[in-house]
Design a protein around this ligand. Structure first.
Ligand code: 5AD
Ligand code: SF4
Length: 468
């Protein structure tokens, strides 16, 4: 962090202290509950851990229920259905207010950056009295202080910021694993995507700051980290003397106590040979690569501004498969981009068949206001999209089942994440390749690494047995 970032952090830490004092005075007799509702990606999940860290430090009791004294929605706007779901939830939450005098409702994250959203909130959901965006999340203690001091409404949205302010309290969902932001924003401007508009331009954190955070996490019991960025492969851009992403992975792997390193997300156009080598040779780097394809059709990829062709993607993916046969490769695929035809989807199916993705997230193209593609001609009709989406989904499911079956009977190491929520005699673990295994075990195993035989493949997960 530079000097200004450090000053900003100090200022927010001081607001946090003032919040604590004021909160204690105001609510000495009436304990207050707070709920943070998270939509969207891993970045948002990590941001929510920061928001919860602040709320807990101030004195709130954290709850999962939105029938709470303070509810904060951390939103996603990558597809319209996330926006619509949020409006539904806000409607319900507005209802709780009737029985809760003094209830506060806030909204932050990607949707707050959209002007159309802010207008709609003002018109239809005036009870949302705290609004801040993605660039100024670190100022949450200050905004909370203003609300607690009696301000009726706090709204602050920035369009960008050069600051990267970290180091406020966070409360991890899991004590043994954590996300770590290594960069923010995106410079790629894929024509369908709203992220560059709501998260701003790409900014990397200093490697020294990242490593310091990971050392502190390791000292606090974390053994698995996931390095987060919209496009981790271009890590370091604009940072003088920064390591490449592959070098950063090597440095992280040297942190004592860290046993597993994951990362998300890799843009195919920037994936280096060095990264492939580290994925292959570094034992701590998990055997999983998420490599979004989006479409298998070169002319659709061009219209999406993805900057690779079908052939380039195939060449890269098959080269990685050859170098690292035990790596699981997952992807994102979109159906229904403007101008797409069944022949384009045939190309996508061909790529799926050749690469055999271990898993794929399939999305229907969603028109996002302000993105270039929202003005493209030939926006797809519903019947076409339904039919094509089903074709892609069928093949993706068939392929991932086939890949998963390959590991049946094998022995692997699993990090136990939780007691199985629907069967308390089982625990749920994650393999290096990101697959899930359920096996008999008790709560004391959570957070430990166990050697497991993957006895039965159930399509998307395994049933296993722990070695004593
Ligand atoms: N419509 C549908 N899916 C989208 N994604 C991003 N923008 C859109 C959109 N407008 C998908 C991409 C990306 C994933 C995170 O979300 O597949 O990789
Ligand atoms: Fe969106 Fe493309 Fe950036 Fe990913 S790389 S966040 S899809 S603009």
């Amino acid at each position: 962090m530079n000097e200004q970032d450090v000053r900003e952090r100090e200022e927010q830490l001081s607001y946090l202290e003032r919040c604590r004092t004021l909160f204690a005075q105001l609510y000495e007799e009436t304990p207050q509950t707070a709920c943070v509702v998270t939509f969207g990606c891993q970045m948002n999940a990590r941001d929510s851990e920061k928001l919860i860290g602040v709320l807990r430090t101030v004195g709130y009791t954290i709850t999962e229920s939105e029938d709470a004294d303070f509810v904060l929605y951390n939103t996603c706007s990558v597809r319209d259905n996330a926006n619509q779901r949020l409006y539904g939830r806000l409607g319900t939450c507005g209802g709780y207010r009737k029985n809760r005098p003094g209830m506060r409702i806030g909204l932050c994250g990607c949707m707050a950056q959209e002007e159309v959203v802010r207008k709609k909130l003002g018109e239809s959901y005036p009870f949302v009295t705290l609004l801040f965006g993605t660039h100024n999340l670190y100022k949450f203690p200050e905004y909370l202080y203003r609300l607690l001091s009696g301000e009726k409404r706090v709204e602050e949205i920035w369009n960008d910021t050069p600051n990267i302010v970290e180091g406020l309290p966070t409360e991890r969902k899991y004590r043994f694993k954590s996300g770590v932001n290594i960069m923010f924003g995106c410079n790629n401007f894929c024509t369908y995507c709203i992220v560059p508009y709501v998260r701003g331009r790409e900014k990397s954190r200093e490697a020294a700051d990242i490593l310091e955070e990971i050392r502190a996490l390791a000292a606090d019991g974390v053994t698995e980290v996931m390095l987060l960025g919209q496009n981790v492969n271009s890590y370091g851009l604009g940072l003088e003397g920064a390591p490449s992403f592959a070098q950063l992975l090597e440095q992280v792997s040297e942190v004592e106590g860290i046993r597993r390193i994951r990362f998300m997300t890799s843009h195919p156009k920037d994936l280096s040979e060095d990264l492939i080598r580290v994925l292959r040779d570094n034992e701590k780097v998990c055997k999983h690569l998420h490599l979004p394809l989006q479409s298998g059709s070169s002319h659709i990829l061009k219209a999406m501004n993805r900057r690779y062709s079908k052939e380039k993607y195939l060449e890269l993916a098959l080269h990685i498969r050859e170098e690292i046969p035990d790596l699981a490769m997952t992807t994102d695929i979109m159906v229904g981009f403007p101008g797409e035809t069944a022949a384009d989807v045939d190309d996508t199916l061909e790529v799926i068949r050749k690469v055999e993705f271990d898993n794929a997230f399939t999305f229907i193209y969603s028109k996002r206001p302000g993105t270039p593609a929202s003005c493209f001609p030939n926006q797809p009709d519903e019947a076409y999209v339904k039919e094509q989406f089903a074709r892609v989904l069928d093949l993706v499911q068939e392929t991932s089942k086939k890949r998963a079956a390959l590991l049946e009977g094998q022995v692997a190491e699993a990090l136990v994440e939780e007691v199985n929520p629907s069967d308390a005699s089982l625990v749920t673990g994650r393999l290096s390749n990101n697959m899930i295994v359920h096996f008999p075990g008790e709560a004391s195993l959570v957070g430990s690494y166990q050697t497991v035989t993957l006895k039965k493949c159930k399509g998307f997960y395994y049933l296993g047995e722990r070695h004593a």
